[in-house]
Design a binder for this molecule. Structure first.
Ligand SMILES: O=C(O)CCC(=O)C(=O)O
Ligand SMILES: [Fe+2]
Length: 324
């Protein structure tokens, strides 16, 4: 499949919809083919998405000195990621051209799960944008429902027991990166985000109308998702690829912002609970041979190794890494 289909998922969001089976098949075809789909029929009002995008813009409009004061740390992977803060571990030495703000599934200061895994906790919210918390958490709750519906469809499509995927997302390590990509000049060869695969289970993005996301086809070309207004782009990450024994595809993608305009995006990365060990729930396809992944350990490793003086442990599976 060399194109990214648009699928109305309204039949998945309601029990016993007559088109449920047909929609499951469409989602399966996309996820076992190119690994990307555009979705409509989520019930999320465009107006909510636009309010989120306005907050994201305001968060990046904060002055540089204040951003550095609220920057992400090794101890707490939350807050600002100033432009050029992390360099990809691909040996190229070229920093991606974005600035970010990291958020995680919101957990109270005194939540019991914090005793089991240090990755959980309250988010940092930028002091300068007081509306951000309420608006983004409202949006987040809607995406939790969309992710749940898609996971339910994949359980059906893969013929897995009901809830076998969805149960892994109670107290999840789901996270979101707010992103700002300044426009890149035509002669500028770098990337907004270099080609990579997502290391999560499933990603949901409200595309910025300025464009810039590119997806690799099986043939090696790059295509742009053709997502209708009010729709979302969804992609399979490495964890669902692993769970499905290689049936669902985690596909390389990249961002290049040649629009001449500022680009804002806020991908939602669905990640299971910290103690979930992801390994194939079905016999792996021939040639698909990957070690299992402990979600808490693996998430901590991905974030730790973003600091350039930290190296990956021997036993770390290389999820997300692209090899030539
Ligand atoms: O900004 C986008 O559209 C995509 C970002 C992305 O691929 C990522 O953060 O993993
Ligand atoms: Fe990505």
């Amino acid at each position: 499949m060399e194109r990214i289909p648009t699928i109305d998922i309204a039949p998945l969001m309601q029990e016993n919809h007559p088109d449920h089976g047909k929609t499951v098949q469409q989602v399966m075809d996309a996820c076992t083919g190119i690994g990307f789909l555009s979705i409509t029929g989520t019930g999320i009002p465009s107006e909510l998405v636009e309010r989120v995008r306005a907050c994201v813009r305001a968060i990046f409009d904060v002055d540089e000195a204040s951003k550095w004061q609220q920057a992400i740390t090794r101890e707490n992977y939350r807050g600002y990621i100033p432009m050029g803060f992390f360099t990809p571990n691909d040996g190229s030495g070229h920093a991606d051209k974005y600035e970010g703000y990291k958020l995680h599934h919101e957990v109270a200061e005194d939540a019991p799960i914090r005793r089991d895994c240090a990755l959980y906790g309250p988010n940092l919210w930028p002091a300068e944008v007081p509306d951000a918390q309420g608006i983004i958490l409202e949006y987040w709750a809607r995406l939790d429902q969309v992710a749940d519906s898609l996971l339910g469809a994949l359980e059906t499509g893969l013929e897995l027991p009901s809830d076998s995927l969805r149960n892994a997302f109670r107290d999840p390590l789901t996270n979101m990166t707010l992103l700002h990509y300044p426009p890149q000049a035509p002669e500028d060869g770098g990337y907004g985000i270099h080609p990579h695969k997502d290391t999560d289970a499933l990603t949901i993005i409200a595309p910025d109308p300025v464009g810039g996301l590119e997806v690799q086809t099986r043939g090696g070309g790059w295509i742009t998702p053709d997502c209708p207004n009010g729709g979302f782009v969804v992609n399979i990450g490495d964890m669902l690829e692993l769970w499905s024994g290689g049936r669902l595809k985690s596909t390389p993608h990249r961002v290049v912002n040649r629009s001449g305009k500022e680009r804002y995006s806020f991908p939602y990365f669905a990640v299971p609970r910290h103690d979930v060990v992801v390994s194939p729930l079905l016999p792996p396809l021939p040639g698909f041979d990957r070690p299992s992944v402990h979600c808490g350990h693996w998430s901590a490793e991905i974030w730790r190794t973003n600091w350039s003086d930290e190296t990956a442990a021997e036993d770390t599976p290389e999820l997300g890494t692209l090899h030539d």
